[in-house]
Design a protein around this ligand. Structure first.
Ligand SMILES: *Cc1c(COP(=O)(O)O)cnc(C)c1O
Length: 338
């Protein structure tokens, strides 16, 4: 795997730390839990989109673009990190925000990630829930071309074979880091949405023959659809990398979508409890839409005995804590009866 042949512009601090969660491990009494801190990538409070943007922004530059268009939900972490990357690299940034939750309160619509999109100088337009966001972006790109601009369209979540290279790089980083620390990783768990993170990890970990299984905890789609999305993108990413056809197979892609609750971006009791527990035991902030639900899944699976007690499980923290400020009411719930 020769990653150096793909154009990349460094945007993140790396390698991100790989740390034990001793208190949470003790509290749950299960396997040894570790955390890979991709919330600490450094770009505008960090998160997993930074790694993808290193490859996507390099491609935008190579194509001579002067404007980047992307889309996401109102509290999109991807939109915020894209806005920051554009600010740093001198691109105009135009963001389309889809109202996937129907929440009308000011915190959700204006605070958290939305505040930062604007601070980074991005222009923001809103679209109703269920809009065909790819088509909406193409229409905006067409309009901009008519104005003499040179737009580059990044799909939602930065999830295509170019963006997924960021998580191939992360797989390589994690495997090297674990080897240096003498840590044998038995499982890697993270929140999966637009599929690029899991696809890149799977392509990288399988391509390296690491033997580390990945479990994605879904935040939106049902299991069958999520696994199909991840598998398709992992295979396209493997092709892009030049891995032999058939390297990534269906058995490498596992998603558990039992922790979505009522839908994307809608808080669940498990998410609230997980965000609180990790904040109180580890001093680490998760987020309401992704890493909180991912951790809710991991905690529940630990409690159900899904991982052997002497195994080591790494939770990839994909960032997003700024989104907490878009959901202040979710955390008004009384504490869990213990
Ligand atoms: C986007 C995002 C994810 C999901 O990553 P995908 O590559 O879209 O599957 C997970 N956590 C956070 C905080 C995110 O912003």
């Amino acid at each position: 795997m020769n990653l150096a042949r793909f154009p990349r512009i460094r945007l993140g601090h790396g390698p991100t730390p790989l740390e034990p969660m001793e208190n949470l491990t003790k509290r749950l009494g299960g396997p040894r839990l570790w955390i890979k801190r991709d919330d600490c990538t450094g770009l505008s409070t960090g998160g997993n989109k930074t790694r993808k943007l290193e490859y996507l922004m390099a491609d935008a530059r190579a194509q001579g673009a002067d404007t980047v268009i992307t889309q996401g939900a109102t509290q999109s972490n991807h939109a915020r990190q894209t806005a920051a990357a554009c600010a740093k690299l001198g691109f105009r940034c135009h963001i389309l925000l889809e109202d996937r939750t129907g929440y009308t309160d000011d915190a959700y619509r204006m605070s958290g990630n939305v505040l930062l999109d604007k601070l980074h100088g991005a222009s923001v337009e809103r679209r109703p829930g269920g809009a065909d966001m790819q088509a909406e972006m193409e229409a905006v790109a067409e309009r901009m071309r008519g104005e003499g601009k040179r737009p580059y369209v990044i799909p939602g979540g930065g999830s295509n074979p170019i963006g997924a290279l960021g998580y191939v790089t992360a797989a390589l980083e994690l495997v090297n880091q674990a080897a240096e620390m003498g840590l044998k990783i038995d499982h890697l768990v993270h929140a999966t949405g637009s599929a690029g993170t899991q696809a890149g990890l799977v392509a990288g970990l399988v391509g390296l023959n690491s033997g580390i299984p990945v479990l994605g905890i879904g935040v939106r789609a049902p299991r069958e659809k999520q696994e199909a999305n991840v598998l398709a993108l992992a295979q396209r990413t493997a092709d892009h990398l030049g891995l032999p056809p058939g390297t990534v197979r269906a058995e490498h892609v596992v998603a558990n979508c039992d922790y979505v609750g009522q839908g994307y971006g809608i808080p669940t009791r498990g998410m609230v409890d997980a965000v609180r527990l990790v904040a109180e035991t580890e001093g680490v902030l998760l987020d309401p839409v992704y890493s909180g639900k991912g951790m809710a899944g991991l905690i529940d699976l630990v409690r159900k005995g899904s991982f052997p007690e002497d195994s080591s499980v790494v939770f990839l923290h994909t960032g997003g804590a700024v989104g907490l400020f878009g959901y202040p009411d979710a955390f008004d719930l009384p504490a869990e009866a213990a």
